[in-house]
Design a protein around this ligand. Structure first.
Ligand code: ADP
Length: 444
Protein backbone atom coordinates (compact mmCIF):
# COMPACT_ATOMS: atom_id res chain seq x y z
CA UNK A 1 0.00 0.00 0.00
CA UNK A 2 1.62 3.21 -1.01
CA UNK A 3 -1.15 5.58 -0.18
CA UNK A 4 0.63 6.77 2.94
CA UNK A 5 3.51 8.24 0.98
CA UNK A 6 3.72 12.03 1.24
CA UNK A 7 5.94 13.84 -1.23
CA UNK A 8 8.31 16.42 0.22
CA UNK A 9 9.00 19.78 -1.37
CA UNK A 10 12.00 18.36 -3.12
CA UNK A 11 10.02 15.52 -4.60
CA UNK A 12 11.48 12.89 -2.30
CA UNK A 13 9.04 10.85 -0.34
CA UNK A 14 8.64 10.00 3.34
CA UNK A 15 7.05 6.67 4.03
CA UNK A 16 5.19 5.86 7.17
CA UNK A 17 5.91 2.78 9.24
CA UNK A 18 3.39 0.53 7.58
CA UNK A 19 4.53 1.25 4.08
CA UNK A 20 6.32 -1.48 2.22
CA UNK A 21 8.90 0.88 0.77
CA UNK A 22 10.28 1.36 4.25
CA UNK A 23 11.74 -2.09 4.05
CA UNK A 24 14.04 -1.13 1.27
CA UNK A 25 15.52 1.50 3.53
CA UNK A 26 16.01 -0.83 6.46
CA UNK A 27 17.81 -3.33 4.31
CA UNK A 28 19.80 -0.60 2.58
CA UNK A 29 20.87 0.85 5.92
CA UNK A 30 21.92 -2.53 7.11
CA UNK A 31 23.94 -3.08 3.96
CA UNK A 32 25.54 0.34 4.25
CA UNK A 33 26.51 -0.49 7.80
CA UNK A 34 28.22 -3.63 6.64
CA UNK A 35 30.02 -1.89 3.81
CA UNK A 36 31.47 0.83 5.99
CA UNK A 37 32.22 -1.26 9.04
CA UNK A 38 35.82 -1.34 10.07
CA UNK A 39 35.83 -3.01 13.43
CA UNK A 40 33.73 -4.44 16.19
CA UNK A 41 31.21 -2.22 17.90
CA UNK A 42 31.68 -2.28 21.64
CA UNK A 43 29.21 -2.11 24.47
CA UNK A 44 29.89 -1.66 28.14
CA UNK A 45 26.78 -3.59 29.08
CA UNK A 46 26.83 -7.18 30.18
CA UNK A 47 25.57 -9.88 27.86
CA UNK A 48 22.21 -11.10 29.12
CA UNK A 49 21.61 -14.80 28.75
CA UNK A 50 18.36 -16.71 29.14
CA UNK A 51 18.90 -20.43 28.94
CA UNK A 52 16.15 -22.77 27.91
CA UNK A 53 17.42 -25.05 30.67
CA UNK A 54 18.58 -22.75 33.48
CA UNK A 55 20.11 -25.64 35.40
CA UNK A 56 22.62 -26.51 32.69
CA UNK A 57 26.04 -24.93 33.10
CA UNK A 58 26.71 -21.72 31.25
CA UNK A 59 29.92 -21.70 29.30
CA UNK A 60 31.76 -18.75 27.93
CA UNK A 61 35.05 -18.70 26.07
CA UNK A 62 37.83 -16.15 26.07
CA UNK A 63 39.76 -17.67 23.18
CA UNK A 64 38.92 -19.36 19.90
CA UNK A 65 41.18 -22.31 20.82
CA UNK A 66 38.83 -23.30 23.61
CA UNK A 67 36.19 -24.07 21.00
CA UNK A 68 38.18 -26.99 19.60
CA UNK A 69 37.50 -26.04 16.03
CA UNK A 70 38.80 -27.75 12.94
CA UNK A 71 42.36 -26.62 12.27
CA UNK A 72 41.48 -25.06 8.91
CA UNK A 73 38.61 -23.10 10.42
CA UNK A 74 40.79 -21.69 13.19
CA UNK A 75 43.30 -20.66 10.55
CA UNK A 76 40.54 -18.84 8.68
CA UNK A 77 39.49 -16.95 11.79
CA UNK A 78 43.02 -15.80 12.50
CA UNK A 79 43.54 -14.89 8.86
CA UNK A 80 40.60 -12.49 9.27
CA UNK A 81 42.52 -10.79 12.02
CA UNK A 82 40.30 -11.95 14.88
CA UNK A 83 42.31 -12.43 18.05
CA UNK A 84 39.60 -13.29 20.49
CA UNK A 85 35.83 -13.71 20.52
CA UNK A 86 33.71 -10.57 20.71
CA UNK A 87 31.54 -10.03 23.74
CA UNK A 88 28.51 -11.70 22.24
CA UNK A 89 30.60 -14.47 20.70
CA UNK A 90 32.02 -15.38 24.11
CA UNK A 91 28.58 -16.56 25.17
CA UNK A 92 27.01 -17.47 21.82
CA UNK A 93 29.75 -19.67 20.38
CA UNK A 94 29.78 -22.34 23.12
CA UNK A 95 25.99 -22.59 22.83
CA UNK A 96 26.04 -22.72 19.07
CA UNK A 97 28.77 -25.36 18.94
CA UNK A 98 27.39 -27.50 21.79
CA UNK A 99 26.44 -31.15 21.37
CA UNK A 100 23.61 -31.74 20.96
CA UNK A 101 23.04 -28.52 19.02
CA UNK A 102 21.12 -25.79 20.78
CA UNK A 103 18.78 -23.24 19.29
CA UNK A 104 19.52 -19.60 19.78
CA UNK A 105 17.90 -16.20 19.47
CA UNK A 106 20.51 -13.45 19.63
CA UNK A 107 20.01 -9.72 19.61
CA UNK A 108 22.66 -7.05 19.56
CA UNK A 109 23.27 -4.00 17.47
CA UNK A 110 24.96 -4.38 14.14
CA UNK A 111 28.71 -4.67 14.27
CA UNK A 112 28.93 -6.78 17.41
CA UNK A 113 29.94 -10.03 15.74
CA UNK A 114 26.71 -11.91 15.07
CA UNK A 115 27.45 -12.77 11.45
CA UNK A 116 30.92 -14.00 12.22
CA UNK A 117 29.41 -16.17 14.96
CA UNK A 118 26.83 -17.95 12.85
CA UNK A 119 29.19 -18.31 9.90
CA UNK A 120 31.58 -20.02 12.25
CA UNK A 121 28.77 -22.29 13.44
CA UNK A 122 27.81 -23.22 9.88
CA UNK A 123 31.40 -23.90 8.85
CA UNK A 124 32.06 -26.02 11.88
CA UNK A 125 28.99 -28.18 11.38
CA UNK A 126 29.33 -28.73 7.67
CA UNK A 127 30.63 -32.01 6.33
CA UNK A 128 32.76 -31.11 3.34
CA UNK A 129 32.62 -34.63 1.95
CA UNK A 130 28.86 -34.65 1.64
CA UNK A 131 27.82 -32.86 -1.52
CA UNK A 132 24.39 -31.44 -0.75
CA UNK A 133 23.05 -28.41 1.12
CA UNK A 134 23.52 -28.80 4.88
CA UNK A 135 23.34 -25.21 6.11
CA UNK A 136 20.64 -22.79 5.08
CA UNK A 137 20.77 -19.08 5.81
CA UNK A 138 17.90 -16.70 5.06
CA UNK A 139 18.66 -13.03 4.43
CA UNK A 140 16.33 -10.15 3.53
CA UNK A 141 17.97 -9.09 0.27
CA UNK A 142 20.27 -10.26 -2.45
CA UNK A 143 22.99 -7.83 -1.38
CA UNK A 144 22.84 -8.85 2.26
CA UNK A 145 22.98 -12.51 1.26
CA UNK A 146 26.13 -11.74 -0.74
CA UNK A 147 27.73 -9.99 2.22
CA UNK A 148 27.18 -13.02 4.42
CA UNK A 149 28.49 -15.24 1.64
CA UNK A 150 31.68 -13.20 1.53
CA UNK A 151 32.20 -13.82 5.23
CA UNK A 152 31.70 -17.56 4.65
CA UNK A 153 34.27 -17.43 1.89
CA UNK A 154 36.81 -15.53 3.96
CA UNK A 155 36.42 -17.53 7.12
CA UNK A 156 36.23 -20.76 5.15
CA UNK A 157 39.26 -19.92 3.03
CA UNK A 158 41.14 -22.97 4.27
CA UNK A 159 38.09 -25.24 4.27
CA UNK A 160 38.75 -25.86 0.62
CA UNK A 161 35.97 -28.31 -0.09
CA UNK A 162 33.20 -26.23 1.43
CA UNK A 163 31.22 -24.15 -1.03
CA UNK A 164 28.51 -21.53 -0.96
CA UNK A 165 25.55 -21.07 -3.22
CA UNK A 166 23.10 -18.17 -3.47
CA UNK A 167 19.38 -18.80 -3.69
CA UNK A 168 18.42 -15.42 -5.01
CA UNK A 169 16.19 -14.28 -7.79
CA UNK A 170 18.03 -14.29 -11.07
CA UNK A 171 20.28 -17.17 -10.15
CA UNK A 172 19.00 -19.57 -12.81
CA UNK A 173 19.45 -23.23 -12.03
CA UNK A 174 18.50 -25.65 -14.80
CA UNK A 175 15.82 -28.15 -13.90
CA UNK A 176 17.16 -31.42 -12.63
CA UNK A 177 20.45 -29.92 -11.41
CA UNK A 178 21.83 -31.40 -8.21
CA UNK A 179 23.05 -28.76 -5.82
CA UNK A 180 26.35 -30.04 -4.46
CA UNK A 181 27.27 -26.99 -2.39
CA UNK A 182 26.97 -27.36 1.34
CA UNK A 183 25.95 -23.85 2.35
CA UNK A 184 23.00 -22.09 0.77
CA UNK A 185 22.29 -18.42 1.48
CA UNK A 186 19.21 -16.83 0.03
CA UNK A 187 16.08 -14.75 0.28
CA UNK A 188 12.94 -16.47 1.61
CA UNK A 189 10.94 -16.38 -1.63
CA UNK A 190 13.61 -17.97 -3.78
CA UNK A 191 14.59 -20.48 -1.12
CA UNK A 192 10.96 -21.52 -0.79
CA UNK A 193 10.80 -21.94 -4.55
CA UNK A 194 13.97 -24.01 -4.63
CA UNK A 195 12.75 -26.23 -1.81
CA UNK A 196 9.13 -26.87 -2.66
CA UNK A 197 8.51 -26.08 -6.27
CA UNK A 198 11.80 -26.97 -7.89
CA UNK A 199 12.97 -29.48 -5.31
CA UNK A 200 16.59 -28.39 -5.60
CA UNK A 201 17.08 -28.42 -1.82
CA UNK A 202 16.09 -31.25 0.46
CA UNK A 203 15.17 -29.52 3.69
CA UNK A 204 15.26 -32.75 5.66
CA UNK A 205 19.04 -32.77 5.26
CA UNK A 206 19.61 -29.31 6.68
CA UNK A 207 21.59 -29.27 9.95
CA UNK A 208 21.86 -25.56 10.59
CA UNK A 209 19.15 -23.05 9.78
CA UNK A 210 19.95 -19.36 10.21
CA UNK A 211 17.52 -16.51 10.01
CA UNK A 212 19.56 -13.34 9.80
CA UNK A 213 18.35 -9.74 10.22
CA UNK A 214 15.02 -10.83 11.62
CA UNK A 215 13.95 -7.23 12.17
CA UNK A 216 14.46 -6.38 8.52
CA UNK A 217 12.90 -9.67 7.49
CA UNK A 218 9.58 -9.19 9.29
CA UNK A 219 9.26 -5.78 7.72
CA UNK A 220 9.11 -7.30 4.27
CA UNK A 221 5.70 -8.44 3.20
CA UNK A 222 5.50 -12.20 3.01
CA UNK A 223 8.97 -12.96 4.35
CA UNK A 224 7.81 -14.04 7.81
CA UNK A 225 5.31 -16.51 6.41
CA UNK A 226 7.73 -17.84 3.84
CA UNK A 227 10.42 -18.27 6.49
CA UNK A 228 8.02 -20.12 8.73
CA UNK A 229 6.98 -22.44 5.91
CA UNK A 230 10.63 -23.27 5.31
CA UNK A 231 11.32 -23.77 9.00
CA UNK A 232 8.33 -26.12 9.39
CA UNK A 233 9.84 -28.52 6.87
CA UNK A 234 13.18 -28.81 8.70
CA UNK A 235 14.01 -31.92 10.71
CA UNK A 236 13.60 -31.59 14.47
CA UNK A 237 17.31 -32.11 15.08
CA UNK A 238 18.21 -29.16 12.86
CA UNK A 239 19.83 -26.34 14.76
CA UNK A 240 17.87 -23.10 14.45
CA UNK A 241 19.42 -19.69 14.95
CA UNK A 242 17.89 -16.25 14.71
CA UNK A 243 19.65 -12.89 14.75
CA UNK A 244 18.38 -9.37 15.01
CA UNK A 245 19.89 -5.95 15.57
CA UNK A 246 16.79 -4.61 17.28
CA UNK A 247 14.17 -6.28 19.39
CA UNK A 248 10.73 -4.79 19.26
CA UNK A 249 7.85 -6.96 20.39
CA UNK A 250 7.06 -7.88 16.81
CA UNK A 251 10.54 -9.33 16.30
CA UNK A 252 10.28 -11.22 19.53
CA UNK A 253 6.90 -12.71 18.62
CA UNK A 254 8.25 -13.83 15.28
CA UNK A 255 11.39 -15.25 16.86
CA UNK A 256 9.38 -17.32 19.29
CA UNK A 257 7.21 -18.69 16.51
CA UNK A 258 10.14 -19.78 14.42
CA UNK A 259 12.77 -20.92 16.93
CA UNK A 260 11.67 -23.76 19.22
CA UNK A 261 13.16 -24.03 22.74
CA UNK A 262 15.65 -21.26 22.29
CA UNK A 263 18.44 -19.92 24.41
CA UNK A 264 18.34 -16.16 24.27
CA UNK A 265 21.29 -13.79 24.24
CA UNK A 266 20.98 -10.02 24.33
CA UNK A 267 23.53 -7.28 24.37
CA UNK A 268 22.20 -3.83 25.09
CA UNK A 269 23.29 -0.89 23.05
CA UNK A 270 25.46 1.84 24.44
CA UNK A 271 23.13 4.73 25.27
CA UNK A 272 23.57 8.02 23.50
CA UNK A 273 23.95 11.10 25.65
CA UNK A 274 24.25 14.83 25.13
CA UNK A 275 26.40 15.27 28.24
CA UNK A 276 29.66 15.75 26.43
CA UNK A 277 28.24 18.04 23.82
CA UNK A 278 28.26 21.81 23.91
CA UNK A 279 25.17 22.93 22.05
CA UNK A 280 24.66 26.33 20.48
CA UNK A 281 22.10 28.00 18.33
CA UNK A 282 22.33 30.91 15.95
CA UNK A 283 19.26 32.97 15.15
CA UNK A 284 18.90 33.55 11.42
CA UNK A 285 16.46 35.32 9.14
CA UNK A 286 16.47 32.95 6.21
CA UNK A 287 18.46 30.34 4.35
CA UNK A 288 21.04 32.80 3.05
CA UNK A 289 21.51 34.06 6.56
CA UNK A 290 21.95 30.53 7.85
CA UNK A 291 24.56 30.00 5.22
CA UNK A 292 26.44 33.10 6.27
CA UNK A 293 26.34 32.01 9.91
CA UNK A 294 27.63 28.63 8.89
CA UNK A 295 30.56 30.16 7.05
CA UNK A 296 31.44 32.30 10.05
CA UNK A 297 31.31 29.37 12.37
CA UNK A 298 33.16 27.08 10.09
CA UNK A 299 35.96 29.56 9.65
CA UNK A 300 36.29 29.79 13.41
CA UNK A 301 36.57 26.11 14.13
CA UNK A 302 38.66 24.32 11.60
CA UNK A 303 39.50 21.55 13.99
CA UNK A 304 38.27 18.10 13.15
CA UNK A 305 35.51 17.25 10.75
CA UNK A 306 31.91 18.30 10.50
CA UNK A 307 28.62 16.81 9.41
CA UNK A 308 25.90 19.20 8.34
CA UNK A 309 22.31 18.02 8.37
CA UNK A 310 19.57 19.39 6.16
CA UNK A 311 15.91 18.49 6.20
CA UNK A 312 15.44 18.00 2.48
CA UNK A 313 17.53 16.74 -0.39
CA UNK A 314 17.01 19.98 -2.18
CA UNK A 315 18.37 22.02 0.70
CA UNK A 316 21.35 19.73 1.02
CA UNK A 317 22.12 20.08 -2.66
CA UNK A 318 21.78 23.84 -2.54
CA UNK A 319 24.11 24.07 0.44
CA UNK A 320 26.66 21.82 -1.20
CA UNK A 321 26.77 23.96 -4.31
CA UNK A 322 27.06 27.17 -2.28
CA UNK A 323 29.91 25.83 -0.20
CA UNK A 324 31.75 24.49 -3.20
CA UNK A 325 31.44 27.80 -4.95
CA UNK A 326 32.99 29.41 -1.91
CA UNK A 327 35.93 27.09 -2.24
CA UNK A 328 35.14 24.67 0.58
CA UNK A 329 35.82 21.05 -0.06
CA UNK A 330 32.61 19.30 0.89
CA UNK A 331 30.82 16.14 -0.08
CA UNK A 332 27.14 15.37 -0.33
CA UNK A 333 25.59 12.19 0.96
CA UNK A 334 22.04 11.92 -0.21
CA UNK A 335 19.31 9.36 -0.53
CA UNK A 336 19.40 9.26 -4.31
CA UNK A 337 22.76 7.56 -4.26
CA UNK A 338 23.15 3.83 -4.41
CA UNK A 339 24.34 2.11 -1.27
CA UNK A 340 27.76 1.53 -2.85
CA UNK A 341 28.10 5.21 -3.70
CA UNK A 342 27.10 6.17 -0.17
CA UNK A 343 29.63 3.78 1.29
CA UNK A 344 32.39 5.24 -0.81
CA UNK A 345 31.51 8.82 0.19
CA UNK A 346 31.52 7.87 3.86
CA UNK A 347 34.83 6.12 3.39
CA UNK A 348 36.43 9.17 1.78
CA UNK A 349 35.12 11.33 4.60
CA UNK A 350 36.51 8.91 7.16
CA UNK A 351 39.85 8.99 5.46
CA UNK A 352 39.80 12.75 5.84
CA UNK A 353 39.65 13.44 2.12
CA UNK A 354 36.79 15.82 2.83
CA UNK A 355 36.37 17.74 6.05
CA UNK A 356 32.69 18.47 5.66
CA UNK A 357 29.89 16.09 4.87
CA UNK A 358 26.47 17.45 4.01
CA UNK A 359 23.57 15.08 4.36
CA UNK A 360 19.87 14.58 4.96
CA UNK A 361 18.00 12.53 7.54
CA UNK A 362 17.81 9.55 5.28
CA UNK A 363 21.48 8.83 5.58
CA UNK A 364 22.03 10.00 9.11
CA UNK A 365 21.31 6.80 10.95
CA UNK A 366 24.05 4.40 11.62
CA UNK A 367 26.90 6.43 10.25
CA UNK A 368 29.47 6.43 12.91
CA UNK A 369 32.43 8.57 12.11
CA UNK A 370 34.44 8.81 15.28
CA UNK A 371 36.52 11.81 14.36
CA UNK A 372 33.48 14.02 13.79
CA UNK A 373 33.52 16.66 16.50
CA UNK A 374 31.23 19.24 14.94
CA UNK A 375 27.62 18.70 13.98
CA UNK A 376 25.56 21.41 12.37
CA UNK A 377 21.80 21.26 12.14
CA UNK A 378 21.30 23.49 9.17
CA UNK A 379 17.65 22.57 9.67
CA UNK A 380 16.24 21.25 12.93
CA UNK A 381 14.88 17.74 12.65
CA UNK A 382 11.09 17.82 12.70
CA UNK A 383 8.46 15.19 12.11
CA UNK A 384 5.45 15.46 9.83
CA UNK A 385 3.43 17.23 12.48
CA UNK A 386 6.17 19.89 12.56
CA UNK A 387 7.09 18.87 16.08
CA UNK A 388 10.73 18.36 17.04
CA UNK A 389 12.04 14.92 16.19
CA UNK A 390 13.90 14.27 19.44
CA UNK A 391 15.23 10.89 18.52
CA UNK A 392 16.82 12.16 15.34
CA UNK A 393 18.30 15.12 17.22
CA UNK A 394 19.88 12.72 19.68
CA UNK A 395 21.17 10.47 16.92
CA UNK A 396 22.74 13.35 15.05
CA UNK A 397 24.45 14.94 17.99
CA UNK A 398 24.62 12.45 20.83
CA UNK A 399 27.59 10.28 21.56
CA UNK A 400 28.04 7.26 23.75
CA UNK A 401 29.22 8.35 27.16
CA UNK A 402 31.99 5.82 27.17
CA UNK A 403 33.67 6.43 23.87
CA UNK A 404 32.47 9.94 23.19
CA UNK A 405 34.91 12.73 22.77
CA UNK A 406 33.74 16.21 23.51
CA UNK A 407 31.69 17.59 20.69
CA UNK A 408 30.16 20.78 19.41
CA UNK A 409 26.71 21.16 17.97
CA UNK A 410 25.29 24.17 16.17
CA UNK A 411 21.66 24.74 15.34
CA UNK A 412 20.76 27.27 12.69
CA UNK A 413 17.37 28.59 13.66
CA UNK A 414 14.88 30.86 11.97
CA UNK A 415 13.00 32.98 14.47
CA UNK A 416 9.76 31.06 14.04
CA UNK A 417 11.57 27.80 14.87
CA UNK A 418 12.71 29.04 18.25
CA UNK A 419 9.86 27.31 20.14
CA UNK A 420 10.99 24.00 18.65
CA UNK A 421 14.47 24.58 19.98
CA UNK A 422 13.11 25.34 23.44
CA UNK A 423 11.17 22.08 23.35
CA UNK A 424 14.32 20.18 22.47
CA UNK A 425 16.13 21.87 25.30
CA UNK A 426 13.39 20.93 27.77
CA UNK A 427 13.10 17.42 26.46
CA UNK A 428 16.77 16.65 27.03
CA UNK A 429 17.05 18.92 30.00
CA UNK A 430 20.23 20.36 28.55
CA UNK A 431 21.15 23.88 27.68
CA UNK A 432 21.53 25.23 24.16
CA UNK A 433 23.25 28.59 24.24
CA UNK A 434 22.70 31.39 21.82
CA UNK A 435 25.70 32.33 19.76
CA UNK A 436 26.48 35.52 17.96
CA UNK A 437 28.06 34.25 14.75
CA UNK A 438 30.14 37.40 14.47
CA UNK A 439 31.79 36.62 17.76
CA UNK A 440 33.34 33.19 17.85
CA UNK A 441 35.12 33.89 21.11
CA UNK A 442 31.89 32.95 22.83
CA UNK A 443 32.56 29.31 22.13
CA UNK A 444 34.12 27.86 25.20
P1 ADP B 1 27.11 -8.16 13.06
O1 ADP B 1 26.69 -9.37 12.30
O2 ADP B 1 26.65 -8.18 14.48
O3 ADP B 1 26.76 -6.89 12.38
P2 ADP B 1 29.79 -8.84 12.24
O4 ADP B 1 29.90 -10.30 12.49
O5 ADP B 1 29.55 -8.42 10.82
O6 ADP B 1 28.69 -8.17 13.20
O7 ADP B 1 31.11 -8.16 12.82
C1 ADP B 1 31.34 -6.78 12.75
C2 ADP B 1 32.77 -6.48 12.34
O8 ADP B 1 33.65 -6.97 13.32
C3 ADP B 1 33.17 -7.17 11.03
O9 ADP B 1 34.05 -6.32 10.36
C4 ADP B 1 33.86 -8.44 11.49
O10 ADP B 1 34.83 -8.88 10.56
C5 ADP B 1 34.50 -7.99 12.79
N1 ADP B 1 34.58 -9.05 13.80
C6 ADP B 1 33.63 -9.99 14.10
N2 ADP B 1 34.07 -10.79 15.10
C7 ADP B 1 35.28 -10.34 15.46
C8 ADP B 1 36.27 -10.74 16.44
N3 ADP B 1 36.05 -11.76 17.26
N4 ADP B 1 37.43 -10.04 16.50
C9 ADP B 1 37.65 -8.99 15.67
N5 ADP B 1 36.80 -8.57 14.73
C10 ADP B 1 35.62 -9.23 14.62
Amino acid sequence: IRSTAVPNVDGSVNYTEDDEEDVVDLAANSLLNKLIRQSLVESSHLVEVLQKDPSSPLYSVKTFEELRLKEELLKGIYAMGFNRPSKIQEMALPMMLAHPPQNLIAQSQSGTGKTAAFVLAMLSRVNALELFPQCLCLAPTYELALQTGRVVERMGKFCVDVQVMYAIRGNQIPRGTDITKQIVIGTPGTVLDWCFKRRLIDLTKIRVFVLDEADVMIDTQGFSDQSIRIQRALPSECQMLLFSATFEDSVWQFAERIIPDPNVIKLRKEELTLNNIRQYYVLCRDRKDKYQALCNIYGGITIGQAIIFCQTRRNAKWLTVEMMQDGHQVSLLSGELTVDQRASIIQRFRDGKEKVLITTNVCARGIDVKQVTIVVNFDLPVNQAEEPDYETYLHRIGRTGRFGKKGLAFNMIELDKLPLLKKIQDHFNSSIKQLDPEDMDEIE
